[in-house]
Design a protein around this ligand. Structure first.
Ligand SMILES: Cc1cc2nc3c(=O)[nH]c(=O)nc-3n(C[C@H](O)[C@H](O)[C@H](O)COP(=O)(O)OP(=O)(O)OC[C@H]3O[C@@H](n4cnc5c(N)ncnc54)[C@H](O)[C@@H]3O)c2cc1C
Length: 411
């Protein structure tokens, strides 16, 4: 039984990956937390629908400052170690097969330029992991990205579309497995009070307190706190604004489908692939836990530059969702021939989607797009009000620890 010893009264807004990991860490450090969530269940939005790739920076080759790759590598080396503070996980039960990087025709960078970037990521990983002291996903001492001979392309991709292939040791973890574990831990923790089906509308300053204004059905709720952490992602900017806080630059919200096919797979049934560099797609083989796939030109269905995006999750009928899945699947099949032999019933398809908030409002097919960067993310603190833009699932456990340190006054 955990006992609260600390005098602070803390509200966390949003029970996604960030909100839940932060709540569990603060509870472990002896704080009581109220966790507000507008959905009736925690962890059902981006932290459920995403691909789960624990990025090691490969995809961020367009950010020449290397800041984004570095940020991802820091997140990646801490990901499993920190997650294990809150839940019992077996890395081998949740990881995908390793990713191949398929250099698509029309890529924004050549294989040669990508190779230079990939090797730098591998070197920086060695430095950050302390020569293997910190393991990637609790399993791997080093990173690799190897350019395959052209004669090997056909084994993985269709040479009509794919010009080169790298074999890498980057992996994804199944976000649904992690969501399940975190949800169980949340339910068992007496220091965390989950206030579900409750939408936070605003936060205001009242003397030395922060007042959270929320709505639960027809009932308005207000409660005062010493500290408020806004980790609502799709709701982040709208709530920040009520505190007079603006984003650091232009931004966009995108809705992207993360289709799942929930049938058990053997390793040889499907390669895990990321097609680079531009508006392409991914396939992921999660073994017994099925497949993930997305094709950006069809699956990126929503774009909004409003403070809060439309409620895209409720806007598509099941038939429209299946259409997006089918269109994406057909395009992916042309590039990854193994998909042609994949056997599954339509009932095993789960075409969910999620919001992506990012700085920048030019899409990924353009060189100048800021969506190729994700380093201006993380925690912004304004007194005892903290706003967290996770940017990527990869850095959630790392940011949750940082956030708890900040509440304790350590940083
Ligand atoms: C299709 C897709 C693929 C992706 N692939 C990857 C990947 O491979 N690797 C990677 O690192 N990242 C990936 N991402 C990004 C990643 O999913 C997000 O960065 C991360 O999950 C965001 O976590 P979060 O806790 O900040 O937000 P969320 O998980 O979205 O949680 C925010 C919570 O706040 C709640 N909320 C919102 N507004 C309010 C309000 N007003 N009041 C109360 N509650 C509110 C929401 O309901 C939600 O539960 C992907 C995203 C998508 C959509």
């Amino acid at each position: 039984m955990l006992v609260s010893l600390k005098p602070k009264k803390i509200a966390i807004l949003g029970a996604g990956g960030m909100g839940v990991c932060t709540a569990l860490e603060l509870a472990q450090r002896g704080y009581n937390v109220d966790l507000y969530e507008e959905h009736h269940l925690p962890l059902r939005k981006a932290s459920y629908a995403n691909e789960g790739k624990v990025h090691v920076g490969f995809i961020y080759a367009m950010d020449k400052s290397f800041h984004t790759a570095y940020q991802m590598l820091v997140g990646a080396v801490h990901f499993t170690e920190y997650l294990k503070r809150w839940v019992e996980i077996k890395p081998e039960e949740m990881i995908s097969t390793p990713f191949y990087y398929l250099v698509h025709k029309g890529s924004l960078l050549t294989a040669q330029a990508l190779n230079v970037h990939y090797q730098r990521c591998c070197e920086v990983f060695d430095q950050l992991s302390g020569g293997g002291k910190m393991k990637y996903l609790g399993l791997f001492d080093s990173l690799q990205a190897t350019l395959l001979p052209k004669s090997k392309i056909e084994e993985i991709g269709n040479p009509e579309y794919i010009e080169d292939i790298f074999e890498t040791t980057e992996y994804a973890v199944d976000p649904r497995y992690i969501a399940e574990k975190l949800t169980e831990a949340l339910a068992l923790n007496p220091n965390i009070n989950l206030i579900a089906s409750t939408k936070v509308e605003s936060v205001s300053k009242v003397g030395s307190y922060l007042r959270v204004h929320a709505v639960q059905g027809d009932t308005k709720l207000t409660e005062d706190y010493t500290d408020v952490i806004n980790s609502t992602w799709n709701g982040l900017l709208e709530i920040d604004r009520t505190m007079g806080i603006e984003p650091v630059g232009t931004w966009s919200h995108r809705y992207k489908f993360g289709n799942k096919i929930l049938v058990p797979l053997k390793r040889q049934d499907l390669p895990s692939t990321t097609m680079v560099l531009g508006p392409f797609g991914d396939t992921v083989n999660f073994g017994d836990r099925g497949a993930f796939m997305s094709w950006y030109p069809i699956g990126r269905t929503g774009w909004s530059e409003a403070y809060r995006p439309p409620d895209w999750d409720s806007m598509y009928s099941p038939e429209e969702r299946m259409e997006v899945f089918q269109g994406s699947f057909e395009e992916l099949k042309k590039r990854v021939p193994a998909l042609d032999k994949l056997k599954f019933d339509p009932e095993s398809v789960d075409p969910v989607g999620g919001d992506i908030l990012a700085l920048g409002n030019i899409d990924v097919d353009k060189n100048e797009s800021r969506l190729h960067e994700r380093f201006e993310v993380g925690i912004r603190s304004f007194g005892n009000y903290h706003s967290v833009d996770t940017g990527k699932y990869t850095i959630i456990p790392y940011l949750a620890m940082k956030m708890a340190d900040r509440i304790e006054g350590k940083v």
